[in-house]
Design a protein around this ligand. Sequence first.
Ligand SMILES: Cc1cc2nc3c(=O)[nH]c(=O)nc-3n(C[C@H](O)[C@H](O)[C@H](O)COP(=O)(O)OP(=O)(O)OC[C@H]3O[C@@H](n4cnc5c(N)ncnc54)[C@H](O)[C@@H]3O)c2cc1C
Length: 121
Amino acid sequence: MEVDRQTLRHIRFPNVWSLGDAAATTNSKSGGALRKQTKVLAKNLVAARKGKPLRAKYNGYSVCPFTVSRDTVVFAEFDDRYWPMPTIPRVPTWNESKLSWVVDRDIFPQVYWNLILKGRA
Ligand SMILES: Cc1cc2nc3c(=O)[nH]c(=O)nc-3n(C[C@H](O)[C@H](O)[C@H](O)COP(=O)(O)OP(=O)(O)OC[C@H]3O[C@@H](n4cnc5c(N)ncnc54)[C@H](O)[C@@H]3O)c2cc1C
């Protein structure tokens, strides 16, 4: 779907919006990217309906947990030019770590089902 990569509104048809894997944005496609896009699209849709400018901008964030051994993960968060974009500043989650493995295996499923899917995170 042809959309502005920041506002997520269709370039030619202003009543059409898109996000996630189907949107022609420049980011790497992921559920983590979709989570950020959802907030931007919702804010911009509300603004558009009120005739206000679209101030929310999606910044190209994406995330991918790479399992690199039996008990370590590289938790890569990056923008659409592959520059690191850590959620927690100064925490180098792009390094291989056991903690990231524990978080990915035990904590993220809880966050996903109990917070993200309920719109709380
Ligand atoms: C193996 C794998 C592992 C992944 N791991 C991660 C991860 O660890 N972390 C992460 O953040 N992201 C991960 N992703 C990416 C993530 O799953 C996707 O980016 C995300 O699901 C995209 O969501 P979406 O709603 O845009 O599309 P989808 O989840 O693909 O949803 C689209 C839906 O539309 C339905 N559909 C299609 N055509 C039609 C039609 N004609 N009519 C009605 N319905 C239709 C489909 O059945 C589907 O349910 C992974 C992807 C894969 C394949």
